[in-house]
Design a binder for this molecule. Structure first.
Ligand code: NAP
Ligand code: HSE
Length: 448
């Protein structure tokens, strides 16, 4: 490589929120990191899109990725630019050039992780791709590797958790909370990835590759985001001892793995219920360990940079020992497909449902008839007048259909016993077809 083995040269593509933190931490903790690895990690060059942007960064910058990809003195390419297909091309080129590759890019890995794994003859590090500063990848591929993984339940997206927390605890509206998450550098360049659940799905699939060898793409699993969660859903959850979190869930049932991402009502006594703001947490149930829970900052420059640098340190340590970039087992994916994914319609859950309907005689009967036709049984039922003239606006439990005021329309909030996704989706279709139901009913799954 034409330089002493004591140095590992890196090029960073993307010097934004995460990239600039990586540069800063490598400078601030240089002595500590060199003492821990026996190798000095040197940032040779950073790549940005706009060289005219004012920035505090002190490293040499270019707007030409080739100056990193084809620089023979660079050992490791660190991709922190975001996007999907361009980073994939960059990853392939870096690996083909014999460089190690480190990324925080879960969107790219969600689609291309197995292709990269099959071509890699040098290390690939992706600790930062799931849950920012939490070393969950290492926990799963090393710490828990003796276990059969029975279930993973995680708050995997910091932006959504921040929004839901601000709505529930401070009464913020959705748009205000999203704007603040963007200001704080938590959100993706395209924030719909955060709020529509796809960022969490990308992360869940990466975890599922390590735990189960799942090669699926995000479109093949059940994904719903938080944009329909309304204050009355949060109020209902509170009243019945739940809180609402966007969860990524993987569960093993025999040879099938159930994979889903959606807003979820969880018991407020559970550890995950206490995970607020940008914090993330992942509960992993192993057959030997039982449940273990990993908690920490799920987004933001420094926490994510900590994970990026942990990959660089792992590469530097092995480089120090072997003086080469060993084709290591850093990926940790199971490559043989042992499991199939549970078809979406067969997934079972309890459900909360919010229905906006005309508040007039006979409507509730029609609604309950549709639920009953789909073998869905109701466990809890509330009706909240939408435009009450003289009534209390907080929800109150009702015991009879006949005793209602007659506002223009009403919100009907109910929870069901366990049923299948197929039954609930058929019921939604049936309800939507009723003239007296004013919009598509909203559901939130309940996880015990
Ligand atoms: P960011 O702040 O938007 O920074 C992106 C950087 O990449 C910028 O420096 C940008 O250049 C550069 N860039 C973008 N497109 C480019 C192109 N075509 N050619 C050259 N440079 C380009 O993004 P970020 O928040 O740091 O996120 C980076 C990656 O980390 C993403 O994959 C994201 O999903 C992941 N991630 C982020 C977080 C977080 O909390 N932010 C946490 C975990 C993972 P300019 O500076 O000139 O615009
Ligand atoms: N946008 C992501 C989040 C960044 O909010 O969780 C961390 O992956």
């Amino acid at each position: 490589m034409g330089k002493p083995a004591r140095e590992l040269h890196i090029g960073i593509i993307g010097i934004g929120v995460v990239g600039s933190s990586v540069v800063e931490i490598l400078q601030k903790n240089r002595e500590l990191i060199t003492a821990r690895t026996g190798v000095e990690i040197i940032v040779k060059r950073g790549v940005v899109r706009d060289l005219n942007k004012a920035r505090a960064c002190t490293i040499p910058l270019t707007d030409n990725v080739d100056e990193v990809l084809y620089d023979e003195s660079i050992d490791v390419v660190v991709e922190l630019m975001g996007g999907r297909e361009l980073p994939y091309q960059i990853a392939k080129t870096a690996l083909a050039q014999g460089k190690a590759f480190v990324t925080a890019n879960k969107a790219m890995l969600a689609y291309h992780r197995y292709e990269l794994a099959s071509m890699a003859k040098t290390p690939i590090g992706f600790e930062a791709s799931v849950c920012g500063g939490i070393p969950i990848i290492n926990a799963l591929k090393v710490g828990l590797s003796a276990n059969e993984i029975l279930a993973i339940r995680g708050i995997l997206n910091g932006t959504s958790n921040y929004i839901l927390t601000k709505m529930a605890q401070d009464g913020w509206d959705f748009a205000q909370a999203l704007q603040q998450a963007q200001n704080l550098g938590y959100a993706e360049a395209n924030p719909s990835l955060d709020i529509d659940g796809y960022d969490a799905a990308h992360k869940l699939l990466i975890l599922a590759s390590i735990a189960y060898g799942i090669k699926a793409a995000p479109e093949e699993i059940l994904v719903e985001g938080i944009s329909e969660v309304a204050p009355e859903d949060i109020e209902f959850a509170k009243e019945f001892g739940y809180c609402i979190k966007l969860l990524g869930i993987a569960k093993k049932h025999g040879n099938e793995i159930e994979l889903r991402v959606h807003p979820t009502m969880i018991d407020e006594e559970k550890l995950l219920a206490d995970v607020d703001g940008v914090m993330n947490a992942v509960s992993v149930v192993g057959d030997c360990t039982g449940e273990s829970v990993y908690y920490g900052a799920g987004a933001g420059g420094n926490p994510t940079a900590s994970s990026v640098i942990s990959d660089l340190i792992a590469i530097a340590r092995s480089y120090h020992i072997s003086q080469s970039l060993q084709p290591s087992a850093m990926l940790g994916f199971i490559t043989e497909q042992q499991y199939s994914i549970t078809p979406k319609e067969q997934i079972k859950s309890k459900y909360y449902m919010r229905i906006l309907a005309d508040d007039k005689h006979g409507v509730l009967e029609k609604i309950t008839a549709i639920l009953s036709k789909n073998a869905i049984s109701i466990s809890t039922f509330l009706q909240k007048p939408q435009k009450p003239a003289h009534t209390d606006s907080t929800p109150s439990q009702i015991s009879s259909i006949g005793g209602l005021n007659q506002p223009e329309c009403a919100k009907i909030l109910l929870a069901t016993h366990e049923t299948s996704e197929l039954a609930i989706q058929n019921a939604i279709k049936g309800l939507q077809a009723l003239e007296s139901v004013r919009q598509r009913p909203v559901i939130i799954r309940i996880e015990e």
